[in-house]
Write a protein that binds this ligand. Sequence first.
Ligand SMILES: Cc1cc2nc3c(=O)[nH]c(=O)nc-3n(C[C@H](O)[C@H](O)[C@H](O)COP(=O)(O)OP(=O)(O)OC[C@H]3O[C@@H](n4cnc5c(N)ncnc54)[C@H](O)[C@@H]3O)c2cc1C
Length: 317
Amino acid sequence: MQFNLNINTPSDSESIIYDSLIIGAGPAGVSAAVYLKRKGHTIAIISDEEGGQVATTSSVENYPGFASISGFDLTQSFMQQLNKLAVTHINSRVNGITKNDLFEVTLDSGQVLQSHTVLYAAGATRRKLGAPGEAQFAGRGVAYCSICDGPFFADRDVIVVGGGNSAVESVIDLAKIARHVTLVHRSTLKADQVAIDQMMKLENVTIRLSTVIDEIRGDQLVKDVILRDTSNDTTEEMPIDGIFIDIGSLPRSELAGQLVELNGRKEIVVDALGKTDLKGFYAAGDVTDEKYKQIVVAAGRGASAALAISDELNQRK
Ligand SMILES: Cc1cc2nc3c(=O)[nH]c(=O)nc-3n(C[C@H](O)[C@H](O)[C@H](O)COP(=O)(O)OP(=O)(O)OC[C@H]3O[C@@H](n4cnc5c(N)ncnc54)[C@H](O)[C@@H]3O)c2cc1C
């Protein structure tokens, strides 16, 4: 998505040694940039998509200060704040990060930027189902976050796709809002038994195992899905208002994996201040092992990491 921004790019980047380079311009990276710039540090923020996942969100109703704001408008506010603070903003993909005495961050163009510290806030992408109609109806009935979008489906019939803890928790949350929730999963449930037991007690929940979604259909909004029972290969049409796809997310940690510890989900392991096991390399937001993947959480973690970076930079001086 393109924003009409005054992007401040460095004219001769190679001669600058930055105090900190921030990779990612989602809420974690933007928040960190605001804090570090206001502390007087020499920084740049680098991203291949301004706003990150926020920019793809139709409506945000759980970020303080905004009863309801579109993801596009919230991203624009983030970017305007960076512009107002004259933050150097580099619109590029990062292709590599190495550490010698300094960190070296390689841009798509081949240009190498140097810094004393790095804040890695590259976020995540939601795992997609790959069903026909999924992309067409994203934000128009197809959703990826029950905490965020559940309230839009009050008294409606919805499906949750997935079989892990996150999907089962989504069912439990949505059952309080929606008229009826159907959990659809291709095999057996992998969630914790205690969560499954809680879900089983809910009267407005149906569980369909060994079932996949062959197609999502509608016109302006989703109207129905084609379900296939894989145990006998029969299909049926099911009218539905919303589909929550909850089959996990993929952290964009690929550039950090050689440098710092990742957990089994390939998330960067951080402490409460965003520190990793490599000195000077911090991470925040959805790319980390932070449990709650939300805008306000990412922004808060970005701020904490920025303040910790500022302390580290001040101690070095
Ligand atoms: C459809 C949807 C709806 C959502 N709705 C809500 C909601 O209503 N409320 C809520 O609180 N949360 C919501 N979320 C979750 C929320 O968007 C995320 O938790 C939040 O955006 C995470 O912020 P982040 O800064 O960690 O990462 P991201 O937002 O993912 O941003 C990552 C940034 O890193 C950049 N990047 C990654 N790799 C590279 C690279 N190699 N080179 C350069 N740049 C790179 C990206 O371009 C991007 O700028 C939603 C998520 C989705 C997918």
